[in-house]
Design a binder for this molecule. Structure first.
Ligand code: MG
Length: 292
């Protein structure tokens, strides 16, 4: 906190305090006991930046980003989970998967090595996914770049695209599994719940029953971990195809290597090739053009 108030520190430092700072309309006093006091007209506003113990800030106290509290035994329930991949990659499509892991299937799914994909390297993900595909019900949706670019150009945000695809993947899987039903649905949270449903206004069918949201969903339930692995696998396959088409291995992410690859693509195939290979609204497009 002291760091954050660095430029507002008061020269006065009363006894047993760590610092005292003054910002417009508020004095902040931090005691060595760990207690922090906010005083003045804007005390509420200032304090809210740090915590949520004030009654008026209640909305954000229960759980982050307005997610609903999960049932206690959640990780052992039969759950349908969903996750997406490719949203931050300049090259390659966005992929969304919903996957169902029943309580009964859990030992097998674990045995195959399913866990948080952030701890897994791509070759491991491919190996696990190839087994997993045959073991659990899932639904995969791929949004190719030309379609992505068209939607984006027409004003659709990436958040809305994600919401629409998650919803569609969940509905597809529910249909596929019918009459079996999951005990709960967990979406790896990318937007606040209300925002998610606002994105889905106007959709014919919205999956709402027993739907929960959680950030880091992969560590909350195996179903999201499985969905994440399958989505990554699908992304890697598409990325392979694109590399082949490009004639060179395209880099992942959205860094400097990507700008160079974009430039290389423009030189060999012309600027219009970006429409097929990339998410053209990313800043990488401008940088690639500059390089050319
Ligand atoms: Mg996710």
């Amino acid at each position: 906190m002291k760091k954050a108030y660095q430029s507002h520190l008061s020269l006065k430092q009363p006894q047993s305090t760590v610092f005292m700072a003054k910002v417009h309309g508020c004095t902040i006093t931090a005691y060595s006991s760990g207690k922090v006091l906010f005083q003045g007209g804007s005390h509420e506003e200032e304090a809210r930046k740090w915590g949520n113990s004030l009654p008026s800030a209640k909305k954000s106290t229960s759980s982050p980003k307005g997610s609903t509290k999960l049932p206690l035994n959640f990780s052992s329930l039969s759950v349908m989970g969903s996750d997406e991949v490719g949203t931050g990659d300049y090259f390659g499509p966005m992929t969304v998967v919903s996957a169902y892991v029943s309580t009964q299937n859990m030992p097998l799914v674990k045995e195959l090595g399913v866990q948080d994909s952030k701890n897994l390297k791509d070759p491991q993900i491919i190996k696990i996914a190839q087994d997993l595909l045959h073991v659990i019900p899932y639904s995969l949706l791929i949004l190719p770049n030309p379609k992505y670019n068209e939607l984006q150009k027409n004003g659709m945000t990436q958040g809305k695209m994600k919401a629409v695809l998650h919803n569609k993947a969940l509905l597809n899987l529910l249909k596929k599994m019918n009459p079996e039903k999951p005990e709960a649905i967990l979406i790896d949270q990318f937007a606040e719940k209300n925002v998610y449903y606002r994105h889905l206004q106007g959709q014919k069918d919205v999956c709402k029953e027993n739907v929960y949201f959680s950030t880091k969903g992969e560590s909350v339930h195996l179903a999201v971990a499985a969905a994440s692995i399958l989505a990554r696998y699908a992304f890697l396959k598409e990325w392979d195809k694109l590399s082949e088409k490009a004639g060179f291995t395209i880099p992942k992410g959205a860094g400097a290597a990507v700008d160079k690859a974009g430039a290389r693509l423009i030189r060999s195939k012309g600027e219009q090739a970006l429409w097929e290979f990339t998410k053209v609204h990313f800043a990488n497009t401008g940088k690639a053009k500059k390089l050319v």
